[in-house]
Design a protein around this ligand. Structure first.
Ligand code: IPM
Ligand code: MG
Length: 357
């Protein structure tokens, strides 16, 4: 198994080092090779996605990514900015299916800003389309109008095949998640009352649902979904949505679980080749201080074993080790509650490794 390891910027290197440590502790037959991306790519090769990094990622079976971005690159031309590297690698590898599970560990119920009874037992899977929508739609750009005023343009667009393939991922996951006899549920999130691109989204989801009679499909406008996620998040099982709505809703969902530092993600292509990264950003303000929470990245490594390498046993082993470390009271600053042991990024990685056995 070949893994391309792309630490990126900010806290990226620290958190990725913890996930690598956990993978190494499992003694699997894996070969890990590091390469720069984002601001680190710009520093190394004047390109947020250096050609060598892209080639390494293409040749690998899976990619483990930290995070990209730093304020110091905000003044660069758009195509040189760190975020471009991330968007390009998603597109180049055709990683259209982004899975972001928001799972509340019982030990962290007190770390959420919501009341424990609202979030306890929470287990949502957000399925976000990742290579289309307003993120990639043409035309786009900033230009000057004849009257001399500047105009910014982006285009929201989805074609049927893009909607159908992400819909399938969501329905398939919903069926796998419900093996307890309860009905599998998919909630499709759109803004079909205003945006044609998402009116089509809703139509295609309804057509597709005919192939999945076991799954109960519902629809929700994105503004309502944002509200319902805070009001009664446990009504959701699988949520499926487009790129931009998924970006926003997954940040929101992460806070239900106590901290965005807990939310892993998988981005998959048609063949389950994938890139695995925490859902959070590079947090340059706390970089290099050994205080970042590495659990989202460690849990992303578990998703890698599950989805790309079909190794459910070791995926569970990592997830159980994270639970055990939390049960033992280890907490990074972002999830700290009274009576727990505050540890840094590196020590949290060690606690998970120790809990593997
Ligand atoms: C995410 C991030 C990225 C996105 C940024 C860094 C480009 O917010 O993975 O959610 O918007 O997709
Ligand atoms: Mg985001």
């Amino acid at each position: 198994m070949k893994i391309a390891v792309l630490p990126g910027d900010g806290i990226g290197p620290e958190i990725v080092a913890q996930a690598v440590k956990v993978l190494n502790a499992l003694n699997l037959d894996i070969e890990m090779t590091e390469a720069p991306i984002g601001g680190a790519g710009y520093e190394a090769a004047c390109d947020p996605l250096p050609a060598a990094t892209l080639q390494l990622a293409k040749d690998a079976d899976a990619v483990l990514l930290g995070a990209v971005g730093d304020w110091k690159y905000d003044q660069l031309e758009r195509h040189l900015r760190p975020e471009r590297g991330l968007l390009r690698i998603r597109k180049e590898l055709n990683l259209f299916a982004n899975l972001r599970p928001a799972l509340l560990y019982p030990e962290l119920a007190g770390a959420s800003t919501l009341k424990p009874e609202v979030v306890s037992g929470l287990d949502i899977m957000i399925v976000r389309e990742l290579t289309g929508d307003i993120y990639f739609g043409q035309p786009r750009g900033i230009s000057t109008l004849p009257n001399g005023e500047r105009e910014g343009v982006n285009t929201m667009r989805y074609c049927e095949s893009e909607i159908r393939r992400i819909g399938r991922v969501a329905f398939d996951i919903a069926m796998k998640r419900r093996q307890d006899g309860q009905k599998a549920k998919v909630c499709s999130v759109d803004k079909a009352n205003v945006l044609e691109a998402t009116e089509l989204w809703r139509q295609v989801m309804i057509e597709l649902s005919a192939e999945y009679p076991e799954v109960e499909l519902s629809h929700m406008y994105v503004d309502n979904a944002a509200m319902q996620l805070i009001r009664a998040p446990k009504q959701f099982d699988v949520m499926v949505t487009g790129n931009i709505f998924g970006d926003i809703l997954s940040d929101e969902a992460s806070m239900l679980t106590g901290s965005i530092g807990m939310l892993p993600s998988a981005s998959l292509d048609e063949n389950n080749k994938g890139m695995y990264e925490p859902s959070h950003g590079s947090a340059p303000d706390i970089a290099g201080k050994d205080i970042a929470n590495p659990l989202a990245t460690i849990l992303s490594a578990a998703m890698m074993l599950r989805y790309t390498f079909n190794d459910e046993a070791n995926a569970l082993k990592i997830e159980n080790a994270v639970k055990k470390a939390l049960a033992q009271g280890y907490r990074t600053a972002d999830i700290l509650t009274e009576g727990c042991k505050q540890v840094g990024c590196n020590a949290m990685g060690d606690a998970v490794v120790a809990a593997l056995n």
